[in-house]
Design a binder for this molecule. Structure first.
Ligand code: KIV
Ligand code: NA
Length: 262
């Protein structure tokens, strides 16, 4: 693909081919995931955990998401760039949410936003979509509701409610919906019942697409839930490189004449 992935093309992929999405927050990984061919990059509020080292996503601010989304949008050529609306940037109500979503598009260059919720966020999804801002829903495990849900690793099994949430997101105008940590049969059922793509994480193979946290998939974070496939162990590679550099500096093996100027 030469031209940039658009929201209509993303939607039209449903039933034709699977969509691959990763999260990224900085220039190097965004650029490399983009040239590696991902369809979309999410500037997730996992920023708080993966980049800032915090224990939840709750402290992430709208300004921080905009800062990172601007970097990611600039670093990419082909991927659709989606940015998360962080905690408390949309929960107060549709007007507040629309202002936050508008700031993301104006100030970062991302093409779409994502928020957590289905039924209870219907009016908000509608307000954002009606303004011409593509919005993705996110149902199942919702990390911004960590304290209400009692953790971030519990499989969400309330099938009737989850089906209603996904349908509500679609009816309100979402162009896609993330399904996080739900049984694979339920994800398959939801996927078959919707016209918009489902993007799964811990939701089995029947979703229309998949999303993983980029640094998790690269083995940088040490987070290894059952749903993750770790494609490379970068932690070991980076640690080893740092250790060899330290040893070389200490022993005088680096720098040598090769790295020096006359
Ligand atoms: O913030 C994030 O990384 C996400 C994905 C895991 C879907 O919301
Ligand atoms: Na998120």
């Amino acid at each position: 693909r030469r031209s940039r992935m658009t929201v209509p093309k993303f939607r039209e992929a449903k039933g034709r081919r699977k969509l691959a999405m990763l999260t990224a927050y900085d220039e190097p990984l965004a650029r490399l995931f983009d040239s590696g061919g991902v369809d979309a990059i999410l500037v997730g509020d996992t920023l708080g955990m993966v980049v800032q080292g915090k224990s939840t996503t709750l402290p992430v601010t709208l300004d921080e998401i905009i800062y990172h989304a601007e970097i990611v949008a600039r670093a990419t050529r082909r991927a659709l760039v989606v940015a998360d609306l962080p905690f408390m940037s949309y929960q107060v109500g549709p007007k507040d949410a629309l202002r936050s979503a508008g700031r993301i598009l104006k100030e970062s260059g991302a093409a779409a936003v994502k928020l957590e919720g289905g039924r209870e966020q219907s009016a908000t999804i509608r307000a954002i979509a009606d303004a011409g801002i593509p919005v993705m829903g996110h149902v199942g495990l919702r990390p911004q509701a960590v304290h209400a849900l009692g953790g971030m690793s519990r499989i969400q099994r309330e099938s009737t409610g989850l089906k209603r949430d996904a349908l509500a997101a679609q009816e309100a105008g979402a162009f896609a919906v993330v399904l996080e940590l739900i049984p694979q049969d339920l994800a398959a059922e939801i996927t078959a019942s919707l016209e918009i793509p489902t993007i799964g994480i811990g939701a089995g193979p029947e979703c229309d697409g998949q999303v993983l946290v980029g640094p998790d998939m690269l083995g940088l974070t040490g987070f290894r839930p059952k749903f993750l496939k770790q494609y490379v162990d970068l932690a070991t590679i980076v640690e080893d490189a740092a250790g060899r550099y330290v040893a070389d500096v200490q022993s005088g093996n680096f720098p040598t004449d090769e790295h020096s100027h006359d």
